[in-house]
Design a protein around this ligand. Structure first.
Ligand code: TXA
Ligand code: MG
Length: 361
């Protein structure tokens, strides 16, 4: 047995990778694949399995089995007080895992966005382990749209607790390779279903009160939610409420950070300033397509830049950002500078991740 950082002993696995052709979208067909059967068997036996969702890869286990859930916390090195999202594969399954009936507004949101990257906070039924919710009286639940995720949940016939399949604190994984780099030897099976398409995690929305609150911006934007509800909604103003209690426990932890210090430049001016300031170091710059064109002539010789995509298409930037942070996380680099983008639509979620990944100076 290998010794983990915090003196707990963790099982060492030979991590198997099962490839699923991303072209297969048919759920009944996916459920017949040997890799999905094997994964479902492992999950029913209380093991963990990494699998693709439309947002990022998840690390799943039976949400009703505390020993299985403990393996998720161990594999990721995740703090015990950070609860997990329960993944389901039908709206009927929601009734089985939750304890309360939902408001009409919430049902309208589920109608509009499920399956998809919207997580709602509700009460849990006794089917869900306290370990999954870190002892909270509330539960986060979502119905992912990725056919592999749906086939796996259906075939295992279990609600799956699944955080992002990265080592705690690292950028979330958008390819099987990212998962393998973080979790090899820590999990028995990884389903490779190709790159995820949204690229950042789901929106976490607390719908328990009359005024819903976004606890974590994500794949479904504030504007999209407001359009369905016909009213304005709030975004959790800070990482804590006025009693100092984090609303979404995960928001209090340092997150998404590459080991190389990341400098966030919010404006074009700041971008040029930072490029100048760090020009004598080994620095790489992540910027928009537009900025790359416009400041080409102003870059110090030898400073490499990499495009995150066009500002006009923030969904492309969302799809690439975590992969870029991982790609540039190389020991020979001193700094990564990243350009900020407008906090509109999915751009808000991208900026939330960049704020939290960047070095606080
Ligand atoms: O897109 C996603 O949501 C991905 C994929 C795999 O589905 N999952 C994901 O899980 O991002 P994770 O564990 O990395 O982030 C879950 C977030 C954390 O910030 C956690 O604190 C919050 O959801 N959360 C979970 N249960 C909660 C609860 N009962 N109340 C408030 N926040 C909760
Ligand atoms: Mg995560």
């Amino acid at each position: 047995m290998k010794r983990d950082n915090n003196s707990l002993y963790r099982k060492v696995y030979k991590t198997e990778i099962g490839v699923v052709d991303p072209g297969i979208k048919d759920i009944p067909l996916l459920r017949k694949l040997p890799v999905i059967n094997k994964a479902a068997e492992l999950l029913r036996a209380g093991e963990v399995v990494a699998f693709p969702t439309e947002t990022v890869y998840g690390l799943g286990a039976d949400a009703g089995n505390p020993e299985a859930i403990e393996k998720i916390f161990q594999a990721k090195g995740r703090p015990q007080d950070n609860p997990l999202i329960v993944h389901i594969a039908s709206k009927e399954q929601l009734r089985a895992v939750s304890d309360s009936s939902l408001k009409e507004d919430t049902l309208n949101l589920l109608e509009a966005f499920w399956p998809g990257p919207l997580t709602i906070i509700t009460g849990k039924s006794s089917l869900i382990s306290e370990k999954t919710t870190s002892g909270l009286d509330s539960m986060a639940v979502r119905f992912p749209s990725h056919p592999v995720a749906r086939a796996l949940i259906e075939e295992a016939d279990l609600p799956l607790a699944a955080p992002s399949a990265n080592i705690s604190g690292a950028p979330s994984p958008t390819t099987a390779e990212h998962v393998y780099n973080d979790l090899q030897g820590r999990i028995p099976l990884l389903i490779d279903g190709g790159p995820t398409w949204i690229g950042i995690e789901s929106t976490v929305l607390d719908t328990r009160s009359e005024a819903p609150v976004i606890l974590r911006p994500g794949g479904i934007s504030q504007e999209e939610i407001e359009k369905i509800l016909g009213k304005e909604i709030r975004i959790s103003p800070s990482e804590s409420d006025n009693k100092g209690q984090p609303l979404s426990p995960g928001m209090k932890y340092s997150h998404y950070s590459p080991a190389t210090p990341l400098i966030l430049a919010k404006t074009r001016e700041e971008l040029l300033e930072k490029i100048k300031e760090y020009s004598s170091c080994n620095t790489k710059v992540i910027l928009s397509e537009e900025s790359r064109e416009q400041i080409k002539g102003l870059l110090p010789a030898g400073m490499e830049v990499i495009s995150m995509g066009p500002l006009a298409k923030p969904e492309i930037i969302a799809g690439r950002i975590f992969a870029l942070l991982r790609k540039l996380d190389r020991p020979e680099l001193d700094y990564i500078i990243v350009e900020g983008i407008p906090e509109k639509g999915i751009g808000l979620a991208v900026m939330n991740r960049l704020y939290r990944a960047s070095s606080k100076e």
